[in-house]
Design a protein around this ligand. Structure first.
Ligand code: NAP
Length: 250
């Protein structure tokens, strides 16, 4: 019996990277996990297979976010598999490294659509499905609180907006004992950061040096923090911004 046995979790963007790590960890703690993905069905099925191989339970939901009708389609698909939700992890997100004098309006709209509008409306349309005592965990970024990479400005702005969402939503859902928090990773080794880490000479070493702990983060470093917030032990933590940057802001 794990601490999340009997619970149902939805992790957006769980086919790869941090989301996959979160899905696998929550499943190991006993939750049945909805493994959401956008386009990469093969990767999502690999996540489910890994969960099942470890003795857990999971199913896939494929809906690309940031398009009209996305959220309604996501919940319709979810409802085919489950009758309610205990843990919602808004993890799916895209980066943007275009400086302000180059970024187009379309690129700006796209990063806000996926990183801000989608989680907002996933909650908007999912609140009735979320059971009392549940959890909402939004995956933010350390870049919401440092200007060290100003070319990521539009992306960082999306995470700032997500953090305000976590803060204010905690007041809305608090009366139902549902906690809402942001978890902010630093640089984690995923497909998203492949260019930064592997694309340039010395990229890995420079990234590692940003953390007080002197290394690049792994997906499990973030998943373990999310698992704590999902657990009963975190019942008194809400509306907070949890720094999971490995000391990259110090
Ligand atoms: P990743 O490896 O690129 O994986 C992204 C995941 O999100 C995939 O499962 C992908 O699905 C899904 N996704 C992306 N766009 C989507 C869309 N439009 N519709 C539906 N699904 C979509 O990313 P990651 O590095 O794990 O990042 C996960 C979260 O952590 C993001 O919110 C990111 O901003 C945040 N974060 C990451 C880092 C880091 O260093 N990696 C640092 C701070 C914050 P498909 O497989 O179907 O494409």
């Amino acid at each position: 019996m794990g601490v999340l046995t009997g619970r149902t979790a939805l992790v957006t963007g769980a086919s790869r990277g941090i989301g996959r790590g979160i899905a696998e960890r929550l499943a190991r703690d006993g939750a049945r996990v909805a493994v959401h993905y956008g386009r990469n069905e093969t990767a999502a099925k690999e996540t489910v297979a890994a969960i099942e191989a470890a003795g857990g339970a999971a199913f896939t939901i494929g809906v690309e976010l940031g398009l009209p009708g996305d959220v309604e389609a996501l919940w319709a698909e979810f409802d085919r598999h489950a009758d309610g939700l205990d843990i919602l992890v808004n993890n799916a997100g895209i980066g943007n490294t275009r400086p302000i004098d180059e970024i187009t309006e379309q690129e700006f709209d796209r990063v806000f659509a996926v990183n801000v509008k989608a989680p907002f409306f996933i909650v908007r349309h999912g609140m009735a499905r979320l059971r009392d005592g549940g959890r909402v965990i939004n995956v933010s970024s350390g870049l919401a609180r440092t200007a060290v990479m100003p070319d990521n400005m539009a992306y960082a702005m999306t995470k700032g907006a997500l953090d305000v969402f976590s803060r204010d939503l905690s007041k809305v859902l608090g009366p139902r004992a549902i906690t809402v928090n942001s978890v902010a990773p630093g640089i984690i080794d995923t497909d998203n950061t492949a260019g930064l880490l592997y694309g340039t000479e010395g990229g890995w070493a420079q990234a590692a040096a940003i953390s007080a702990l002197g290394r690049v983060g792994e997906t499990a470093d973030v998943a373990d923090v999310v698992a704590f917030l999902a657990s009963g032990g975190a019942r008194w933590v809400t509306g907070s911004w949890v720094d999971a940057t490995g000391g990259s802001l110090t």
